[in-house]
Design a protein around this ligand. Structure first.
Ligand code: AMP
Length: 136
């Protein structure tokens, strides 16, 4: 279950300059933004897109629009899906962000960092329970 594990929604519109998207990533401490047209998810843009499609191609981040470099086929998950399932999807598809969609509406994003944190917390809780059991 992904409840409580999702990060805040950081969004941009397709017509915004890539510069604004990167600025938002910096302000919110995230590595990707969701591209929304109104309530509709139309793409995702991550630091990797910026590095490979702007910096390496020597394009300008102020005159390149988000829609020119975003990924439009966005893979999403539903809130009831497991942490393990999300990790499997990210590993297989080689990306680090998954928007969480409920009844057609985007309600959050999970990053690989959120998932690793959740796994570590689970393991710590198991360890604590074992230690209490041994000590009792
Ligand atoms: P990331 O590892 O998240 O920085 O993303 C690596 C590449 O995959 C970039 O081109 C992203 O636009 C793309 N990407 C990231 N997350 C997703 C996703 N959930 N669905 C489809 N593409 C994605």
């Amino acid at each position: 279950m992904l409840a409580g594990k999702t990060a805040e929604l950081v969004t941009v519109t397709p017509d915004q300059p890539v510069f604004e998207a990167v600025r938002k990533m910096d302000q919110h401490g995230v590595g990707a933004v969701l591209v929304m047209r109104g309530q509709v998810l139309v793409g995702i843009l991550s630091e990797r897109d910026y590095a490979r499609k702007v910096v390496l191609l020597e394009r300008s981040s102020r005159s390149t629009r988000v829609e020119q470099i975003m990924t439009t086929e966005v893979v999403t998950v539903e809130p009831q899906q497991s942490v393990a399932h999300c990790m499997e999807v990210m590993t297989r598809r080689r990306f680090r962000h998954l928007p969480v969609v409920m009844e057609g509406r985007v309600i959050g994003v999970v990053s690989i960092g959120d998932l690793v944190k959740a796994v570590i917390e689970d393991q710590q809780a198991d360890l604590d329970a074992l230690q209490r059991y041994i000590a009792s």
